[in-house]
Write a protein that binds this ligand. Structure first.
Ligand code: CAA
Length: 384
């Protein structure tokens, strides 16, 4: 068993760290306050090949492994989780799903540009449309309906909480086509945002990841050609579950990054700030907090890397990705609350970054399956 990163992994980690410090850190507080989508940063990420990291170079990707993806996600999330969620959704939920299950024509037409994150010099990314006003954790209860009309489907319904909702050009949409068949009646379609009948709702005003553009999307009699269905009839729910298993590695790594960002800031602050005549790192009350933070972060990192390694080895990673996600997201919440505490009053103001990291941490316990959903997946797996 090796616990060592390769030279290549270390290079990718450094590239991501430099990118986060040089490109994401400037303006991160303002983007959060103004809910400004980090378009410039995401475009630069695309230039680095990070928007289609794991896609084969045959389809415009960078051909890196999942370990590299975890390392890059951690570094970028330390600084700006609004950038990293955009990267995670495009990599794990959109590009991976298309590469694994799309037809050759679909890959040529859609994946090549999505993996590059650009088309004609403009940002070109995707979004994953599963959640609905009444189907969040209960994802089989899809109300969005795709009626089979022979050579095309007619799509009607509303999707909620869609990351990259307005910045994406391509949507992967889950929809019910046969209510009687339940989850086996769900299909998944590639839908272009500029098709007639597609409406993007207002941007959600969120607690955290405020730069990320979260919207509802409504479909009114949208004509979707049959060749835009991914996989066979009724494959949509399996597609969603399999894709989300990889997505959860991305969000676990995001949580890991948020936690380690808050920890690094706390460590630095505790070496500078003096109280009762000495730097606060010399007080055991602070030392114990730092020790617990470091331990939880290390556990989260190992779970993320193990899930990534299993994925790279083509093993079943459903269990390990849910374990990584539930643990890392809960660690992120705990660590960021403690980071604010270590900073005292300074932690409660924006300039010190930890209050933002605390707000950003919360979503990692909710999206791509709540902590409760992860526990369902884990318990089903260990009890079967
Ligand atoms: N792989 C393949 N098939 C799977 C599967 C998997 N991982 N998990 C379930 N299935 C199959 C089941 O075997 C079952 O088939 P059978 O009927 O033949 O047995 C079928 O799918 C239905 O599964 P369940 O009976 O297990 O379904 P359930 O209603 O009990 O729900 C659940 C299970 C785990 C709670 C699931 O609904 C779930 O994961 N919910 C959370 C959804 C989620 O993560 N949403 C996030 C939205 S995307 C997002 O957040 C992106 C973003 O923008 C950041």
């Amino acid at each position: 068993m090796q616990f060592q990163l390769t030279e290549e992994h270390l290079m990718i980690q450094k590239a991501a760290r430099d990118f986060a410090q040089n490109e994401c850190l400037p303006g991160v507080i303002e983007r959060d306050e103004q809910q400004k989508f980090p378009r410039e940063q995401v475009l630069k990420l695309a230039e680095l090949g990070f928007m289609g990291m794991m896609v084969s170079p045959d389809y415009g990707g960078a051909g890196m492994d999942t370990i590299s993806y975890v390392l890059a996600m951690e570094e970028i999330s330390k600084v700006d989780a609004s950038v990293s969620v955009c990267m995670s959704v495009n990599n794990s939920l959109v590009c991976w799903g298309l590469e694994k299950f799309g037809s050759e024509e679909q890959k040529q037409k859609y994946l090549v540009n999505l993996a590059q994150g650009r088309k004609d010099g403009e940002l070109h990314i995707g979004a994953f449309l599963l959640s609905e006003p009444e189907a969040g954790s209960d994802a089989t209860s899809q109300r969005t309906f795709a009626e089979d009309k022979g050579d095309h489907y007619i799509l009607n319904g509303t999707k909620n909480w869609i990351t990259n909702g307005s910045s994406a050009s391509v949507y992967l949409v889950m929809a019910q086509s046969d209510v009687e068949k339940g989850s086996k009646g769900i299909n998944v379609f590639i839908v272009e945002k500029n098709w007639p009948g597609v409406t993007v709702g207002a941007k959600e005003n969120k607690l955290g990841i405020r730069g990320s553009d979260t919207h509802s999307i409504t479909f009114t009699d949208v004509k979707v050609p049959k060749e835009n269905r991914i996989g066979g009839d009724g494959f949509g729910f399996t597609f969603a579950m399999k894709t989300l298993a990889g997505g959860r590695i991305g969000i676990a790594s995001q949580a890991l990054g948020i936690a380690s960002g808050a920890y690094e800031l706390s460590l630095k602050y505790s070496k500078e700030r003096k109280a009762f005549g000495k730097e606060i790192m010399h007080h055991q009350a602070i030392q114990f907090k730092l020790a617990d933070m470091a331990t939880k972060i290390e556990c989260a990192r190992l779970l993320c890397l193990k899930a990534a390694w299993e994925k790279d080895q083509h093993l079943d990673y459903t269990l390990s990705s849910s374990m990584a996600k539930v643990f890392a997201s809960e660690a992120a919440m705990w660590v960021t609350v403690e980071a604010v505490q270590v900073h005292g009053g300074y932690g409660y103001v924006k300039e010190y970054h930890v209050e933002r990291l605390m707000r950003d941490a919360k979503i990692t316990q909710i999206y791509e399956g709540t902590s409760e959903v992860q526990r369902i997946v884990i318990s089903r797996s260990i009890l079967k």
